[in-house]
Design a protein around this ligand. Structure first.
Ligand code: SF4
Length: 196
C-alpha cells in the first residue's frame, strides 16, 4: 500500500489521539494501553557488560524474570540509547513464544563446554575440571617457552607463546588484576576487546 506524506501524518495523528484518549481513562482504550509488558514490573538499573562503553540499562523484572531491558535516559553515558547488542540483552535469559509468553532461552550457556583437539563435539565439563585443565596448560606452555634473555643478551623474562585477552564482562578492577597476573607470569601479549 502506498502511503503519501499527508496520509502518513493523518495516520500517526490518529494513533496519537487514541493514545491520549487511553491515557485520559476512556474505558476500553485504557485497557488496551495498559497491556504493555512492563506494567507493574520492578525496575533494576544495571550496566551493560558487552563492551567497555558501559551503557546503563534498566531491567524490568516480573515474577523473577527479566521481561524487558532498555537504555537508562538518566545516565550521562548513553542517555537512554543502546546499540543492538545492549538492546537485545534480555534475550540472553528469556525468549518469547508466538503468544508472547516468556520461556528460558535454550541457547543460553549455563555450564562449561569443552571440545577436545580434533573432536567435532562439545562436552559438558565441571568448573573444577575446567580450572585444573586451564592451569595445567598455562603452566606447561609458560615453563616450556620462558625466555630469560633475548638474542642480544637483554634480560626479558617473558613468554611469547601465551596471549591474554581481557573481558568487557569484567570490571576495571578485575581486568587490572588479570593484567597484573599475566605480567607476573611473563606474558607480554595482552589486549582487551574494548580498547578505548
Ligand atoms: S555493547 Fe552497546 S549497549 Fe552495551 S555498553 Fe557497548 S555500546 Fe553500550
Amino acid at each position: 500500500m502506498k502511503i503519501s506524506r499527508r496520509s502518513f501524518l493523518k495516520l500517526t495523528g490518529a494513533a496519537a489521539a487514541a493514545s491520549a484518549l487511553a491515557g485520559a481513562g476512556f474505558p476500553g482504550r485504557a485497557a488496551a494501553a495498559e497491556q504493555i509488558r512492563v506494567h507493574y514490573a520492578r525496575e533494576i538499573p544495571t550496566i551493560c557488560t558487552f563492551c567497555g562503553v558501559g551503557c546503563s540499562i534498566i531491567c524490568s523484572v516480573k515474577d523473577g524474570i527479566v521481561i524487558n531491558t532498555e537504555g537508562d535516559p538518566d545516565n550521562p553515558i548513553n542517555e537512554g540509547a543502546l546499540c543492538s547488542k545492549g538492546s537485545s540483552l534480555y534475550n540472553i535469559s528469556y525468549i518469547y513464544d508466538a503468544k508472547g509468553r516468556p520461556k528460558p532461552n535454550p541457547n543460553r550457556l549455563t555450564r562449561p563446554l569443552y571440545r577436545a583437539p580434533g573432536s567435532d563435539r562439545w562436552e559438558p565439563k565441571s568448573w573444577d575440571w575446567m580450572y585444573e585443565e586451564i592451569i595445567k596448560r598455562i603452566k606447561e606452555t609458560r615453563d616450556s617457552s620462558f625466555e630469560t634473555a633475548d638474542e642480544n643478551g637483554v634480560t626479558v623474562n617473558r613468554t611469547q607463546k601465551i596471549a591474554w585477552l581481557g573481558s568487557a564482562f569484567c570490571t576495571n578492577e578485575e581486568n587490572y588484576l588479570f593484567n597484573k597476573m599475566a605480567r607476573a607470569m611473563g606474558v607480554i601479549n595482552i589486549d582487551h576487546c574494548a580498547r578505548l
